[in-house]
Design a protein around this ligand. Structure first.
Ligand code: DP6
Length: 333
């Protein structure tokens, strides 16, 4: 079916996982081993326009005003192929994407990037996907992208079925559910570029980390606890669990062969500063977490931001901090 030029634009934000996705049980269907849970972040936005153009001989991809690298263009073409198959479209596409934040900075631009691409491409091709179906499409670009379809607090259910029908993201609570909760993102200077895609690194963990099986057994209980703490807006319950989960993820990375180390000395100092702050205060007033990158997200409540900032101020190598709340998810422009 060909019907001339078709265009759509879709915008969304990255998310930070409080329960990490790390390991795929079925690569062909992009099914994870464990469910994960994240917060979609405000202000950071990726906007992507997809235009199917009759007669174009190959897919084109511009990112932040420049032609993208071949590997990125190939990944985009992979998502477009999926959409073309489903919509029975054959035209190649022009894709233009912009982030209002640093790309590949460890701020999960692949999550917002593939969520925006899935949203724009499916709409441009005339597929009318529900947000749940859209999340099922987005995960084929980047697993964590499925959560960026929704705003606020989001769960990606791993599901049990072999066909993946019960594997999708769903919103748990809207962005305004807990206005007092903030994410102080410490952007670390000289954060190394990821040398291996997370999708590849996590499979190395599945295959070689002696800690992986234990982590997998622990995650459902931790996820339930984190969900409950968010439901009750209970930071005293939530913050230790966020750090426990981050430590479990990091231990699996460190015990992977070859070892995966995403942190810099500065990142490690931030983790220590948060632990010390909680010890000195006598209760959990903040929690750190990080993804497969060196930047550290420090969750705290509005009234503790000054105390957290004061602790971070003495650490060398923090380029700047961003104070973010939970934000809205994807929308067609
Ligand atoms: C540590 O979904 O970003 O951020 O396919 O390589 O883009 P790629 O993988 P991706 O992996 C996310 C890993 C994580 C945890 C998480 O976001 O759940």
């Amino acid at each position: 079916m060909q019907r001339g030029t078709r265009t759509a634009t879709y915008e969304t934000s990255p998310n930070i996982a409080l329960v990490k996705y790390w390991g795929v049980r079925d690569p062909a269907r992009a099914l994870p081993y464990n469910s994960s849970l994240s917060v979609t972040l405000e202000r950071l936005r990726t906007r992507t326009r997809v235009e199917f153009v009759p007669g174009l001989d190959r897919d084109e991809f511009r990112l932040n005003g420049r032609p993208a690298a071949p590997a990125a263009t190939a990944a985009v073409a992979g998502m477009l192929d999926r959409v073309r198959d489903a919509a029975r479209v054959t035209d190649r596409a022009r894709v233009v994407s912009r982030n209002n934040f640093q790309t590949a900075s460890g701020l999960a631009s692949s999550a917002s990037g593939f969520a925006a691409l899935a949203g724009a491409a499916s709409a441009a091709a005339g597929l009318r996907l529900s947000p749940q179906r859209l999340s099922q499409l987005a995960r084929f670009g980047s697993g964590s992208a499925c959560r960026s379809i929704f705003g606020g607090f989001v769960e990606w259910r791993a599901g049990r079925r072999a066909d993946g029908r019960d594997c999708y993201a769903r919103p748990l609570y809207p962005p305004r559910h807990w206005p007092d909760l903030v994410d102080l993102v410490a952007l670390v200077a000289a954060a190394p570029e990821k040398s291996v895609r997370s999708a590849v690194a996590m499979q190395a963990s599945v295959e070689t980390s002696p800690e992986y099986a234990r982590r997998l057994a622990e995650v459902p209980g931790r996820l339930a606890g984190i969900h409950r703490a968010i439901a009750r807006r209970d930071s005293a319950a939530l913050f230790p669990l966020i750090m426990e989960e981050c430590d479990s993820f990091r231990l699996v990375c460190e015990t992977t062969r070859p070892s995966l180390d995403y942190l810099t000395a500065t990142s490690r100092e931030i983790l220590t500063a948060v632990r010390d702050l909680n010890t000195d205060t006598g209760r959990p007033v903040a929690a750190y977490t990080h993804d497969a990158g060196a930047h550290v997200h420090v969750f705290t409540l509005g009234r503790h931001v000054r105390a957290v900032r004061a602790r971070l101020r003495s650490i060398r190598g923090i380029e700047r901090t961003l104070l973010l709340h939970a934000g809205t998810g994807g929308r067609r422009i």
